[in-house]
Design a protein around this ligand. Structure first.
Ligand SMILES: CSC[C@H](NC(=O)[C@H](Cc1ccccc1)NC(=O)N1CCOCC1)C(=O)N[C@@H](CC1CCCCC1)[C@@H](O)C(=O)OC(C)C
Length: 331
């Protein structure tokens, strides 16, 4: 099998997250979920989510599906890097993305979601595409959609073609040569503890010299920005007129009319350029002349994260062969 599905930005002003239509159950219930390579739980707003915590999201009702089965005695609870979280119980049901159907996918139904999920009415839940070792279901961990779908895919891969302020695609089971230029550079993935962890070969600021130094981090479709070591981040903002590290805004900000250099990162011998437009993420509040940077420091997080700001500058192959690798191509 092969399949494709849209990755649509949830906000027309800036790329905070992307959602993809999925179908669950019989007859199919359609929800818009955030495919997240930084986690490994597939969870949804559901008929079990208190009405006070649901504000416009689509919900999955297992009782309306003839193929749903409660996974008795199983629960889940997850906390994300931004402090948001959710918990609940577990069903298995038919689940499809882009026509790829998994008959007994563990679908985690939310009995509680944190306030940032309630207020984000464009996200009906997440599809974790990290490694199944990170799944939080207890007493038995469950497999991700990708692990369940892999045996029926033409190739054990999925690709991300995220785009700046427009609709991109996730492909499953094949590599669409029309989506990239040149060669795909593959590098090893460390699956411990369960992220798509790889090592970049270095970085450059604008047309400045390229610093060949290994940067180990995760490829995370569920994170909006890029978070790298402070030394790299300060080297970048040193080139931005009026940039400061703002405590009140929680990161580097600068006048929106400042000229930003592009940010270059290396994958093996290949180079990828994040254009200035991606590096100026958004005005700190609507209409403000102060803008928030797409590159921020990872010192408060503990890991380096290549989030959407970097991913949308490339065509990325998540290769689930043994051993897994990650491929990057220009587009
Ligand atoms: C520094 S890591 C923080 C990261 N979150 C983010 O990047 C959130 C995503 C979001 C989308 C829509 C609405 C609200 C929030 N954005 C965020 O914190 N922003 C603040 C800075 O400006 C950009 C937007 C994160 O927690 N990612 C999660 C998935 C994410 C999906 C959307 C809902 C909230 C959870 C996951 O990838 C994760 O935990 O990764 C770990 C490994 C860091």
């Amino acid at each position: 099998d092969t399949g494709s599905a849209a990755a649509t930005p949830i906000d027309p002003r800036f790329d905070i997250a992307y959602v993809t239509p999925v179908t669950i159950g019989t007859p199919p219930q359609t929800l818009q979920l955030d495919l997240d390579t930084g986690s490994s739980d597939l969870w949804v707003f559901s008929s079990h989510t208190p009405a006070s915590q649901v504000r416009g999201q689509q919900i999955y009702s297992p009782d309306k599906s003839t193929t749903s089965k409660l996974l008795d005695g199983h629960t889940w609870s997850i906390r994300y890097g931004d402090g948001s979280g959710s918990r609940g119980n577990v069903y298995t049901d038919n689940f499809a993305i882009g026509g790829i159907m998994v008959e007994t996918q563990a679908v985690e139904t939310a009995e509680e979601v944190s306030s940032s999920f309630t207020t984000e009415d464009n996200i009906d839940g997440l599809v974790g595409l990290g490694f199944s070792t990170l799944n939080t279901v207890s007493p038995e961990g469950q497999l991700t959609f990708f692990d369940n779908a892999k045996p029926k895919l033409d190739a054990p891969v999925f690709t991300a073609d995220l785009k700046y302020m427009k609709e991109g695609t996730y492909d499953f089971g094949f590599i669409d040569e029309s989506k990239y230029t040149g060669e795909i550079t593959y590098v090893p993935v460390d699956t411990d503890p369960g992220y798509w962890t790889f090592t970049s070969s270095g970085y450059g600021v604008g047309s400045g010299t390229f610093s060949s130094s290994p940067i180990t981090g995760i490829a995370d479709t569920g994170t909006s920005l890029v978070y790298l070591p402070t030394a790299i981040v300060t080297a970048y903002y040193r080139q931005v007129e009026g940039a400061t590290n703002s405590r009140s805004y929680g990161g580097y900000v600068f006048p929106c009319n400042s000229t930003l250099p592009p940010f270059v990162f290396g994958i093996g011998e290949a180079k990828f350029t994040i254009p200035p437009s991606y590096m100026s993420y958004a005005a700190v509040t609507d209409g403000s002349p102060t803008c928030f940077g797409g590159l921020q420091s990872s010192s408060g997080i503990g890991i380096n994260i290549w989030g959407d700001v970097a991913l949308k500058a490339a065509f990325v192959v998540f290769n689930g062969e043994e051993p897994p690798t990650i491929g990057w191509a220009n587009k």
